[in-house]
Design a protein around this ligand. Structure first.
Ligand code: NDP
Ligand code: MG
Length: 381
């Protein structure tokens, strides 16, 4: 029985992780869950799974939970998340929080010898070298939950990285894939939140529309698989059937296919190296789909992808700035403070004004992250 700590339990990945645990009570048990504010979504999970510890964002949320009659142990804030991520009784930590707030807990969990199922790509973007160095030192596997990286991970099974020519990440194109840049001028938050293939949290849905999501995934792949940026390619594939692929040195290509259901990669990260039944998802029906389409990525149409490649190649604190500026800009867009096209402008400005610091430690990363958020806000207010 694997004891699981689930960070970000009330989110899109968190709820789907709970579903995987629910379907395999003989394999998995929820030891602790952490969330931010959403007491309404958390309460049914708490009643169903009866975790030993619940972590909430702050004292106000804690009181709300107690007013609802919850009498169990409640921890708060980043310290609380750190406690449950490093707890003796835990085997696996699923990091499904949104944004770089997941970093310290992930590092702590690695140092405490926990297996990590990582959905939270921002952690690897902002501090990939620290996370991967710690994982290497403590001999910990970081198992990808992101569908593209899970696909690559599955294609690599039994293969050697020295035989890999390139990794090809597929991109659905997001909510605005058929719009020109001119047509993007007046798009609204509601339009942007309407993703054609996947149902996800708000921030990643916007990242998909700007293509920053794919940019973050390129950096994520670089760190997870220790592969140079020149060997990571992105192609547009509107059906989201092929989740990603690898071309080997003999030009043989292996791809992983499936219906767009995040429970597949979540479950694989939890059950690895085994596979478990997943009755709840649809069988991939290629006859019904009929045809798969592929298109070159246009870097001028999607400048965020270009910015991510550039920041990744420069390295040091540049990806930290890319990520923090993006988190702040997307937050401002979701709050109606800036337009959709301002997102890329704000990120580019923050990157241009940054003097890169090589091999930053955790303290430097957290400082640069915070300063970048303030800088982006200062551009707007
Ligand atoms: P959601 O916005 O749906 O959920 C985010 C979760 O994190 C919620 O439980 C939220 O709590 C919690 N959270 C946010 N901020 C804090 C905080 N400061 N302290 C504690 N908890 C916090 O996001 P998704 O599930 O869509 O995405 C989560 C991660 O997984 C992201 O990194 C995303 O890029 C990645 N991912 C998501 C995919 C998807 O299909 N959704 C696919 C691939 C990767 P609350 O709402 O209660 O405040
Ligand atoms: Mg993905």
């Amino acid at each position: 029985m694997k004891q699981i700590t689930l960070l970000g339990a009330t989110g899109s990945i968190g709820l789907q992780t709970a579903d995987v645990i629910r379907n395999h009570p003989e394999q998995f048990s929820l030891f602790a869950l952490a969330f931010g504010q959403n007491v309404e979504k958390a309460l049914p999970l708490i009643h169903e799974f009866e975790p030993e510890i619940v972590v909430v964002h702050d004292e106000v949320v804690k009181s709300k939970l107690q007013v609802q009659g919850y009498r169990g142990q409640i921890y708060t804030g980043l310290d609380g998340m750190y406690e449950v991520a490093t707890h003796d009784k835990v085997d696996v930590v699923v990091n499904a929080v949104m944004g770089s707030v997941g970093l310290s807990s992930t590092l702590g969990a690695i140092e405490a010898g926990k297996q990590i199922a990582l959905a939270n790509k921002e952690t690897l973007v902002t501090a990939g070298h620290l996370v991967m160095d710690a994982a290497k030192r403590h001999n910990i596997s970081i198992l990808p939950v992101d569908s593209e990286h899970s696909a690559i991970f599955q294609c690599l099974n039994g293969e050697s990285m020295k035989d890999v020519n390139k990794m090809i990440l597929t991109a659905s194109g997001g909510s605005f894939r058929d719009k020109t840049r001119e047509q993007l001028q007046g798009v609204t938050v509601k339009d942007a939140l309407n993703h054609p293939n996947w149902s996800m949290g708000a921030k990643i849905t916007i990242d998909s529309a700007t293509m920053m999501n794919k940019g973050l995934e390129v950096i994520e792949a670089h760190w997870l698989f220790n592969i140079p940026y020149d060997q990571i390619e992105v192609i547009q594939h509107r059906e989201s059937v092929i989740h990603s692929m690898i071309e080997f040195v003999d030009k043989s290509v292996i791809a992983q296919l499936g219906t767009p259901d995040m429970r597949v990669p979540i479950q694989y990260a939890l059950s690895y190296p085994n596979r478990l039944e997943l009755h709840q998802t649809k069988t991939l029906d290629l006859i019904e789909i009929g045809a798969l389409h592929f298109q070159k990525m246009d870097m001028d149409r999607f400048p965020c992808l270009k910015l991510a490649y550039e920041a990744g190649r420069i390295g040091g604190t540049m990806p930290t700035v890319l990520n923090a500026a993006n988190e702040q800009a997307v937050d401002l867009f979701l709050k109606g403070k800036v337009s959709f096209l301002s997102i890329e402008e704000l990120i580019e400005r923050a990157l241009q004004s940054h003097e890169v610091l090589e091999l930053p430690n955790l303290e430097t990363i957290l400082r640069v992250d915070q300063e970048t958020r303030e800088l982006v806000k200062s551009y707007v207010f």
